[in-house]
Design a binder for this molecule. Sequence first.
Ligand code: 1CP
Length: 353
Amino acid sequence: MTLKNDRLLKALTGKSVDVTPVWMMRQAGRYLPEYRATRKKAGDFMNLCQSPELACEVTLQPLRRYPFDAAILFSDILTIPDAMGQGLYFETGEGPRFKKVIKKRADVENLREISAVDDLAYVMNAVTLIRKELNGSVPLIGFSGSPWTLATYMIEGGGSKDFSKAKTFMYNDPEAMHLLLEKLTETVIDYLNCQIRAGAQVVQIFDTWGGVLTTPGYFAFSLKYMKKIVSKLIKQNDNNDIPVILFTKNGGQWLSEIADTGAHGIGIDWTTEIGAAKRLVGSKCALQGNMDPAILYSSPKVIREEVRRILSDFGSKSGHVFNLGHGITPGVDPDNVTVFVDSVHECSAQYHI
Ligand code: 1CP
């Protein structure tokens, strides 16, 4: 199928575009009243993820409001540990929790081996349905957590501020940590390849917590496994290249090494200057980012100025996918997102002449 809007695919593969493509991490979510209504109807968050119809509905909601250049599958990175037997649940207002937590090597050895096509069939059904409903308007992004980021949740039992349990596990028994990361790597490869076969046209690996590691720790416990994933992903589907984006939050000091993984795009947060990042990686990779999500709390004038600043810092030529440096936060006024998206399209044309 030919896409009506293929700016994202072009920017990620070094081809020229008319304007800079833009999408937003967590573009479906709590800042939208229609999302909150659908979530209420679903009862809880897992029901929302596990119903292909509802997951499709919330994926499409932001696209009805804003001219984004991509849709992102509505799901969560924690579907993998849930399928592996850890029992994911959400306490109201508390974020994700697991009934079973990894405490020792034996817990890693006893993890359930999964087959994504069977155990996460609800995700693939959502992907198929979303592609049908998108009807070629914009590409669909599939995603997974990185092995390291998934491991932190599996050991901590939920979110964390200091990662003391995950780090203690890693420093005390690095071999058991590697065993866990190897198991997760195989699962993520299978999971993303199933999403691609089901219709995902781009995939992003969220390494939200890679940036809490030391430099040698990041290379050994996170980047090594993401590199293996990139090398094992399906390269083409339906005669189209499938670009891969790696996003390590706070990974700005490791950009050259990330660029060497073979990924098509690198997601950067707002603590890295996008112009400096471009000078460092050259034409090896596209860059995605990197507006501070907190700018969306301010005024239309400030949002427009910040979009202009980032566009000018990146400068001319393709290879930029505009995004926030991390997910949009729940308190943002949905009208400010209109300003954000329109500013990217309006102010970027001059860089693509
Ligand atoms: O409605 C609610 O209250 C649930 C909030 C919520 C939402 C909207 C969660 C729970 N997950 C999601 C959806 C989600 N999660 C998407 C949807 C697609 C999109 O619109 O972008 C994606 C891509 C994710 C990925 C995800 N989940 C990440 C990586 C991205 C990131 O933001 O760094 C992480 C770390 C998670 C774990 C998770 N799931 C939910 C929460 C609140 C968290 C963070 C927990 C924590 O660390 O405290």
